[in-house]
Every structure is written in C-alpha cells, then in structure tokens.
Design a protein around this ligand. Structure first.
Ligand SMILES: [Fe+2]
Ligand SMILES: [Fe+2]
Length: 174
C-alpha cells in the first residue's frame, strides 16, 4: 500500500471493484478545481454561521469559551482569505483599486473585527452574556455584509477570476 493510500484510504481507488466494473468518472468540476469561487466562499459563510450557532447553544463556561474561539478563528480566517487573496486579485483583474466594492467590504471587515475584539474581551472575562450581546450586533453586520458579497461581489469576482481561481484556491489555507 502506498503512502498516499495509507494517508487517504477513503480517497484511494477501490481495489475490490468487480472486474469490468467502471468507477464513476468524476465530474469535470471535481477534476479541475472543485467548487467555484462563489460557492466556496458562500459555503464558508455557512460554516461560520454554524459555528456561531454552537456559541449560542453552549452552556456558560469553558464550552462556551471554546466555541467562541472556534467561531472567532473561522471568521477571522475568512476575512483574511478575502483581504489577502481574493480582493487583491479582484482589484487587479477588474481595475477597481482604491474604489468599488472591495473598499466597502474592507471597511465592514474592520467593523466586524472590532466587535470580535469586544467579544473576545467578554469571553476572556467569563462574560458569556456579553459575548452573546455583542454577537447580536455582529450577526446584523454579517448578514448585511454576506448578502452583498453573495449577491454581487462573489459573482463578479468569479467572472473576472475564472482562470485564476485554481491558483487562488491553493492559497486559501489555515
Ligand atoms: Fe467579507
Ligand atoms: Fe465573505
């Protein structure tokens, strides 16, 4: 068994397929770069939403603090992916540098980070209710922000960055 098979046993081609049987061919999307830009980032919005639901559902104490840190890390990672990878590429490809949608989105990210900072402070002080109260503000910001990205920016970015997405996707790591 090769190293790859040991590391990723489930992704290894089946060795037990009946002779003559044909493995289903992966779609061209799977073969190239998987999900497109808009689907990838929209799904990451949903992933952050689910992590927030865990914060809301956690009992006060260490579980709630741990849930908050998972949410905080995921949201900051998402904002960083956009600011460091996607927005600059979009600005280069579209010529919208210093104006246009990414300027607005960067400003909203700053607002979100300042609320996250307040939440982190509350979490650090064991103030779960404070985390939830700031969370109401953050959720409002996020909903408006994500609607703009999903409704406008991501489709535009997917259009102008079609050829570049595979390379950009590979830069979206932890
Ligand atoms: Fe964003
Ligand atoms: Fe986003």
């Amino acid at each position: 068994m090769g190293l790859l098979d040991r590391l990723f046993p489930s992704s290894a081609p089946s060795r037990t397929a009946a002779p003559g049987s044909v493995m289903p061919a992966p779609s061209s999307e799977d073969v190239s770069e998987g999900k497109g830009l808009a689907a990838f980032f929209t799904e990451d919005h949903s992933a952050c939403d689910r992590l927030w639901a865990e914060v809301e559902g956690a009992d006060e104490g260490p579980d709630a603090v741990a849930a908050f840190h998972r949410f905080d890390a995921a949201l900051r990672r998402h904002l960083g992916w956009e600011e460091d990878v996607i927005f600059p590429a979009f600005e280069d490809a579209s010529g919208h540098r210093g104006f246009g949608p990414t300027v607005v989105m960067r400003g909203e990210h700053m607002q979100m980070r300042s609320v996250l900072d307040a939440m982190a402070q509350a979490a650090g002080g064991g103030d779960h209710q404070g985390v939830l109260d700031h969370g109401d503000t953050l959720l409002m910001l996020i909903q408006q922000h994500n609607a703009k990205e999903e409704g406008m920016l991501y489709p535009m970015a997917e259009g102008v960055l079609q050829g570049a997405w595979s390379g950009l996707r590979s830069r979206l790591r932890e």
